[in-house]
Each structure stands twice: as C-alpha cells, then as structure tokens.
Write a protein that binds this ligand. Structure first.
Ligand code: ADP
Ligand code: MG
Length: 687
C-alpha cells in the first residue's frame, strides 16, 4: 500500500460527487489519476494582442475588464454576459452564455487571461464563450499561456477543474514518488526519470520534452508486459504433464493416404512441427496461421488422428454451428469407416441427446468431439483429452489456458487463424506461442477476381449468374444485416430472396439465415452443395469455413457495410477449385474508410496484404481481438508507432529475467508486473 493506492476522495477539492464521476472514467486512486493522461493538448503559448485577433481562429490574450453587462435573451431564454476588455493596444469583447453571476465576478479592472474562439461582432473581435482565468496583479496564468492538457471527460467534470486537481496532485505526490526503474537502466537507455515524465505529460513545456516523457512512459508499459511474458515463458516452458502422443500411428497414416489430394509442402511442414510438439509431454501451445482456403482443416484432422492414435480424444472448436455441422458431416463420412467415432455437440441438441452424448464423451467411446466454442467450454468432461483444436478463423483472440481448464489433464493446444498477426503484436502478446505458417495455397488455385460494380451493371451480372449456373456452378449471394441482431431483422435478405426467385426461378434459389433451425440449415446447405439448388441467398452465417468447391461466384450486397477481414473471409468461400472464381461487390460509395476497404479488397486477393490494409485503417489491437483482453490497451504506448521501443523492451526484459529469474534486483518492477499481469498472464508465484 502506497500513497498512490489511496482513494481520490482524500484529495483536496474532490468531493463524493466528483469522485464518483471520476470513477466512471476508471479513476479510483491517486495513482489512477496520476496516470490519467490527456487525450490531446492545446498550444496556448502564444499570447495574441487584441488588435491582432483574427476571426475564426482560436486565441489566447491577457486583458483587463473595462465593463460588463448581463441580459436575458427573451426568445432563447438564455442569459448572456458580455464583457468589454482591453489590453492597452486594442479593445475586444467576450461573450458567455448562462453564466449567472459572472458579471459580478468580472468587475471593471479585473485582470483576465482569455482563451477561445474568436468571431467578429459589429466590427469588433469577440471571444465566444472563452475559458478564462482571473489573475492577480503580477500573476501569470496557469491554464492559459502554456501547452494545456485536454482530457477525455464525462458530464459534470471540466478540464479546467481537472487540471487544477492534477496540478495539486503532482505537487503533492511527485516529490515522494520513487522510480521503479533502476537508475543504471534509465541512464543506459537515455530515459527520463518517472516523476518529471509524468509531470510533463500533464503539463508539457514543449513538444520536444513531451516526446521524451512519452517515450519513457511508453517504454514502461511495453517493458512491464514483456517482463510478464518472459516470466510466463519460463514457467510455461516447464509445463509438463501433457500426454505423449507419438508420431507414426496407424490411423493417421491411413487417413493421410485416403485424402483426395496430396498435402502441399507447407501442410506437411506444419504437420511435422505440430506432430513433434505433440509427441512430447511439454504441452503444445501452437498457432497455425494460414490464409482462407490454405487447407488448415486437413492439417487439423491429421493432428487429431495422432491424438486418437495415442489413445486420447480430440476436440475441434469452431466459431459457428453451421461450420460445426459441416465438419461433422464431412469428418464422419471420412473417419467413421476407419472406426473413429465423431460426436457433434451443439446448442441444437435436445436435453436427452445432449446427456447421452456427454456420457459417451466422458466414457471415451467418442474419439473426436466437434462443437462451437461456447458449447465445448461449458461442462464437457472428457475421459482423456489429448488435443484441442481451436478454429478461430479471423476472430482471433488471445489463447487462454485457463479457459480450457478441466478439459483433461493438460491437452495440447492448436489454435488456427486466418489472420496474419503483425510482428509487433506477435512479439508483445503471443511471445510464448510457437507459430506455424502455411504460406502457399494448394496447387492449381486461381486467384479470385474481385470487382466492385455499380447499379447500372447489375443486369449484366444476372446474365453472368445464369451462365455460371448452366455450367453447374454454385453462387453465394450475401446480404448485410441492417439491424444489430440477426434475430430481429432479415428483411433485406428476404426481399432479395423474393427478387432472386422471380428472376431465376424458385427451384434454383434457396435462403439461409441464423433464425432457421439446425435441421433447416443443414438441408439447405446440402441442397446447395449437391447443386440441387445452386443459388444461395444468405446472411453472413456462411462467412467462415463453409467449403463448397463448386461455388465460383460470391456476390456481396451492401459491401460497404462489411469490414475488410469479413469481406476477405466471405470471398474465401469461392476460389476453392481450379476454376476461375469471381467476387462481385455491390455497394454505394460510402464513407472514406468504406471506399478504402472496397478498393483494398479489389486490389488484392492475398490475406496478408488485406490484413495490412486493415491494420492501416483500423489499428492492430482491434483486428486481433487483443484489445478486449486488456493486454495491449496501453495508455501511452502504440504498437505501430513504437515498434522500435517494443523490440528494445523485449530484449531487455528477456535479458533481465534470464540473468535474474526471481527479479531480486528489481523488486519494484516485479511488484508492478505482478500487479498488472498476474491474472491476465496467469503468472505463478508472488511478487
Ligand atoms: P482453410 O484453411 O480456410 O480452413 P480448408 O481447410 O477449408 O481451408 O481447405 C480449403 C479447400 O482446399 C478444401 O476444399 C480442401 O479440401 C482443399 N484442400 C486442402 N488441402 C489441399 C491440397 N493439399 N490439395 C488440394 N486441395 C486441398
Ligand atoms: Mg477453415
């Protein structure tokens, strides 16, 4: 417990009401407040003489009040307070709204600093609702005249008030504040001491000194996480107790031979990497990264066969129930002839069916369980789970071992993702994951041609769809959901479906959406896959994983509403054979970002390039789902801008933890790391 842990209520000037408002911003303690950094800054350093004021600018001036008057605007029912001010070189006015009593405060002769927007009013410059600070005779302004912090505030709190409170806090605690970083390190890395850096963030002296302060604090954040990861890596490295599942078992060999294709070189390489991990009792923690359509499922299937060969069970967790069904149908027909028992565990089971299935899983008569993430995580008990495969598609989250607790002793874990994870993120968050990458697509694939077409070309499109269907091809037509919830409103889809039925005939068109029962969905998917009903109007329920090689056209309506990775995933439903496939985007040019997305998806069919464009538009934490896990929601550091700093922090963290695993030489850092990351990184031990 330090002074920084005490409640903000103990700070002079913070009453219970203000305290609860600050709490809404996540500020509870003095420490929180100290690190509640500004959202932006206003440069109010230049004091403008009144005679030089320009309309439509923002300016700061130091003036003396000449006269004040107050009146009520009858029509608008607001009170107006107007002051005429002078600085000895010129006159101006200042106008405030609904500030009752202000005229009594700003009496003639009062010295003021003003800051605000300037307008022209009757030939005279006028400050409109300016911030002001009353100054004593020789007093210099605090809120005006420097670079001033602007915070992200909630109703009932003003920047003015917060600046005052934070100034008070800085004066009170900084002199006592100990720097948790060793002095030698700061010297070596040319980093500012902590106290001055914090002060500079709230009250910058110049952009240059602010940059130095920011660098110090960003380094701290990155360093703490890297130390946490280094500690975890040491302990995870020693996590033994997983089943040894040797390579070269009979099932896996048989299944590999019965595949309708040869594995690509990349597939074989990643399988070897995975297989090697699984044959050791050190728990595998591996990420399999490969673009949409690169053939991750085959790899996962063979890895699961290695688990079954070794006398254990395997689980495959997928993002949607349609996908779970599709995998179950496919894997059953493929694996059951070889005596592998496959169970499908989804939310659609009756209580009785579910109970029976859970029993079989617990007894071990089911070898392979397929289900959605939620369903498998619930209350499933395995006899002996050897491998868990998590197919996260592009919704990549941080792998959390804790969430898998109770699923067998210590299963090996393989996470599959189509999202290329940028180097900075991989280093910062997935530092302790091994990564396998499939870079090349199965042979003979032709990149999908993507076109953004205008309304006047839609008739041509219908003709093209006719000819594709005549040649035995299948077509996806995806409509966006206008409402937030899939359950509320599928109207755009229904309208489109009616239209397509009129245009192409009811026997050729079917519809799929999330409100249909599992049974309905399955029969629709089967009719589509078999070609009985070759045009499928759908919501994004088909977005991930659905695999129908004969599908060669993807039409995406309202494409401007979709995110880039979503568009790439949708497009990935076609181009799965050696035929030329097409993706047509129907969409109105919308926002600038929307246009950039459509242009990006048209210009590249490569998942890595698409992800790069996405990163540039949205930022990396958003994309890889690390933000909600709180591992990368830094206050200061920025994973793109601070890549160099991150590399530095990582190198030093690894070095330090290597030399001094218990961190005895840096107890303050240790304490902080445990405080911040003990739960998130599941660190063992105490500071
Ligand atoms: P994803 O990586 O997106 O999960 P899938 O595993 O669904 O990709 O594979 C896409 C398609 O490629 C499937 O139809 C699959 O049968 C096929 N495929 C996978 N590996 C190969 C290969 N080595 N040669 C030819 N086709 C393959
Ligand atoms: Mg897949």
């Amino acid at each position: 417990m330090t002074v920084l842990d005490s409640s903000i209520r103990y700070l002079n000037g913070v009453g219970p009401v203000k305290a609860s408002r600050l709490e809404r911003l996540g500020v509870r303690t003095l420490g929180d407040l100290l690190f509640f950094f500004p959202r932006r800054y206003e440069d109010r350093r230049r004091i403008v003489s009144l005679k030089d004021l320009q309309a439509d600018t923002v300016a700061a001036s130091i003036v003396t009040v000449v006269s004040t008057d107050s009146r009520l605007s009858v029509k608008k029912r607001i009170s107006l307070t107007r002051a005429i001010v002078s600085d000895g070189h010129g006159l101006a006015s200042a106008l405030w709204f609904n500030r009752k009593g202000l005229d009594r405060l700003l009496t003639s002769g009062t010295r003021l600093a003003l800051y605000g927007k300037v307008a022209k009013e009757g030939g005279m410059a006028q400050f409109v609702a300016p911030e002001f600070e009353i100054l004593g005779e020789d007093e210099v302004p605090v809120q005006i005249g420097g670079i001033v912090a602007v915070y992200s505030l909630t109703a009932g709190l003003s920047d003015r008030w917060l600046r005052k409170i934070i100034h008070r806090l800085l004066d009170q605690v900084l002199p006592e504040l100990e720097d948790h970083m060793p002095e030698s390190l700061l010297r070596d890395l040319d980093l500012e001491p902590l106290g001055p850096a914090i002060r500079e963030m709230h009250c910058p002296v110049s952009p240059e000194s602010w940059k130095r302060a920011r660098r110090r604090l960003a380094f701290d954040e990155l360093f703490m996480l890297q130390v946490g990861l280094a500690i975890r890596r040491r302990s995870v490295g020693e996590l033994r107790g997983a089943p040894r599942l040797p390579l070269g078992g009979p099932l896996r060999r048989k299944i590999e031979h019965s595949l309708p294709f040869e594995l690509t070189e990349d597939q074989s390489r990643v399988l070897a990497e995975i297989g090697r991990d699984m044959s050791s009792d050190v728990t595998m923690n591996r990420l399999l990264q490969g673009d949409v359509g690169s053939g991750k499922t085959a790899v996962a299937t063979l890895a699961m066969m290695q688990a079954v060969d070794g006398g254990t069970q395997a689980a495959l967790m997928v993002p949607t129930s349609i996908l779970a069904q599709q995998h179950a149908i496919r894997l059953r027909s493929f694996l059951e002839p070889h005596g592998v028992k496959v169970g499908l565990l989804t939310g659609g089971l009756s209580a009785k069916e579910r109970k029976a299935l859970l029993k079989e899983i617990a007894e071990g008569s089911i070898d392979l369980v397929i289900g959605t993430h939620a369903v498998i995580q619930e209350d499933v008990v395995f006899r002996r789970l050897g491998l868990i495969v998590i197919d996260e598609q592009h919704r990549f989250g941080v792998l959390q071992r804790g969430a898998l607790g109770g699923k067998g002793e210590m299963p090996h874990v393989l996470v599959m993702t189509a999202t290329p994870i940028p180097r900075t993120l991989a280093l910062s968050v997935y530092g302790d994951l091994s990564v396998s990458v499939i870079r090349t697509m199965p042979e003979g694939r032709i990149p999908v041609k993507t076109r953004w077409i205008g309304d006047h070309k839609v008739d041509d499109l219908y003709g093209f769809l006719d000819s594709e269907m005549d040649r035995g091809r299948r077509i996806f037509w995806v409509c966006p959901l206008i409402e937030e919830s899939e359950h509320l409103n599928a109207r755009p889809l229904e309208e489109r479906f009616d239209f397509l039925v009129r245009r192409f005939g009811s026997e050729r068109v079917s519809m799929l959406h999330g409100r249909m029962s599992m049974e309905e969905r399955r029969s629709v998917m089967e009719e589509f896959a078999s070609g009985e009903s070759p045009l499928l109007a759908s919501t994004t329920v088909i977005e991930v994983g659905v695999d129908v090689p004969e599908a060669t056209v993807m039409v995406i309506e309202g494409a401007e509403r979709f995110g880039l990775s979503q568009l790439h995933q949708l497009r990935g439903r076609v181009g799965r054979s050696d035929e030329q496939s097409w993706c047509f985007l129907l969409g109105k040019p919308g926002t600038q970002d929307g246009n950039r997305r459509l242009e990006a998806i048209c210009s590249s069919s490569d998942g890595f390039e698409v992800a790069e464009a996405d990163m540039a538009i949205r930022g990396p934490g958003e994309i890889c789902g690390t933000r909600q896990h709180g591992l990368t929601d830094f206050k200061v550091a920025d994973l793109i801008r601070d890549e160099d700093l991150l590399t530095l922090a990582r190198r030093i963290a690894i070095d330090m933890v290597g030399r001094d695993p218990n961190l005895d030489s840096i107890p303050a850092v240790k304490e902080m790391v445990f405080r911040m990351y003990r739960e998130k990184l599941e660190l063992a031990g105490t500071a």
